[in-house]
Design a protein around this ligand. Structure first.
Ligand SMILES: NC(=O)c1ccc[n+]([C@@H]2O[C@H](COP(=O)([O-])OP(=O)(O)OC[C@H]3O[C@@H](n4cnc5c(N)ncnc54)[C@H](O)[C@@H]3O)[C@@H](O)[C@H]2O)c1
Ligand SMILES: O=C(O)C[C@H](O)C(=O)O
Length: 357
């Protein structure tokens, strides 16, 4: 399998315009289309191409099969002054989580903390966009979701838990904010889908094939299981995401969430979102100074042999974002063709490729 060499570059604004048009063509209301497009393009800009606009064909298939409601409007119920619940009504996870984090931020502004449980939702892609939503409002955050079975529990051999990401963030002053966004597996399953799309191999420690053997073939890996990061600890984190996102919310859990690529039934994903005001225990300036000091201590740490630079969590993605805002986002021909097929189906313009390299 030779990876395709040519990269097709698309500017972020053109990618957003394209995604919005396809979504509106599939019956999604304009303000919801804008949220979904922004979250997907943010992922591609940050180099999280596993969770960017290439997810559009699978989401549209779910709409066509009637298992994702393009026209759903989530509802919000206030439970206590600092706790709310969103019912995603089986619409886009991006829209339900965006509404949930917006409410969590409002509660945190008033009371210091806001917690929102989201039920009957769908895949919301890269968790870091929700963390960024909180950071844009000056808030710290916790962002949990569950997802479809991909990972055996420690000692088990079949898929049970999702590779459900744990994300959190905290603002800084002059330095970069802290953004941790990690699946409890060695790598997100989306990276395997991406390798399959691009005809690339995967590292041997990511997954096992259906016979339980190591494989570098992404298609064989998708038939097998993902491997947890950190052994039993990764498995435990996946269970933790299910407790907070699935059990607590009233959504599916314990292996009953549907895969975003399976258009046979609703996904019933749950999310758990917390916004926290950073100046609860000291002034905001002092908090930010302390965050800046932490950043400098981390990136200024003594380096291991062979390491050129130490990065802060979220920093590589931020540097990629800065670069891609200038260069455009690189895709491969097969990905652009799959996206253009979605445009053709609803009679909107193809995606604008600015250059091929
Ligand atoms: N919605 C879902 O159901 C779902 C499920 C799984 C994963 N995902 C998404 O997949 C994406 C990728 O997940 P992943 O676990 O493969 O991420 P990853 O392994 O690429 O990164 C995990 C974390 O480690 C940090 N990091 C990575 N390399 C670093 C380095 N050299 N120095 C310092 N920090 C570093 C990153 O900034 C990030 O915060 C995430 O955005 C996640 O939200 C979504
Ligand atoms: O795509 C999935 O199956 C879930 C998640 O987005 C992942 O990358 O693992």
């Amino acid at each position: 399998m030779e990876p395709p060499k040519e990269k097709l570059y698309v500017n972020a604004d053109d990618a957003k315009t394209f995604v919005q048009a396809v979504l509106r063509g599939n019956g999604v209301q304009p303000d919801h289309a804008a949220i979904v497009a922004d979250c997907l393009v943010q992922a591609d800009l940050r180099g999280v191409d596993s969770h960017g606009i290439n997810r559009i064909p699978s989401y549209m298939e779910r709409i066509r099969q009637g298992v994702l409601d393009a026209k759903a409007t989530p509802t919000l119920t206030q439970v206590t002054p600092v706790v709310a619940q969103v019912d995603g009504k089986n619409g886009f996870g991006f829209v339900a989580a965006h509404m949930g984090m917006a409410r969590a931020i409002e509660m945190a502004r008033e009371y210091g903390i806001g917690m929102v449980s989201v039920k009957h939702s769908n895949h919301f892609g890269m968790s870091a966009w929700v963390v960024q939503q909180a950071l844009d409002a000056g808030m710290m955050s916790l962002v949990f979701t569950n997802s479809s079975p991909a990972l055996p529990v420690w000692g088990g051999r079949s898929k049970l838990m999702g590779v459900s990401p744990l994300a959190c963030g905290a603002p800084a002053g002059k330095e970069k904010p802290f953004i941790l966004d990690m699946a409890p597996s060695v790598a997100a399953r989306g990276k395997i889908y991406k390798a399959a799309r691009r005809g690339e191999k995967i590292p041997l420690d990511w997954a096992l094939d259906a016979e339980g053997k190591q494989t570098d073939d992404p298609n064989k890996a998708l038939e097998g299981v993902m491997l947890p990061m950190g052994g039993p600890k990764g498995s435990a984190l996946a269970i933790m995401m299910d407790v907070f996102s699935g059990v607590l919310s009233g959504s599916a859990f314990a292996g009953h969430v549907t895969n975003p690529y399976d258009p046979s039934k609703p996904a019933d994903v749950g999310h758990f979102l917390v916004a926290l005001k950073p100046d609860l225990f000291m002034s905001l300036d002092e908090f930010k100074e302390r965050m800046d000091y932490l950043y400098r201590r981390v990136v200024g740490s003594d380096k291991m042999a062979g390491v050129d630079r130490i990065y802060y969590p979220g920093e590589i993605e931020e540097l990629t974002r800065e670069e891609r805002l200038k260069t455009g986002i690189p895709y491969v021909e097969a990905e652009i063709q799959a996206l253009d097929k979605e445009a053709e189906r609803v009679g909107v313009d193809k995606i604008v490729v600015s250059r091929r390299v």
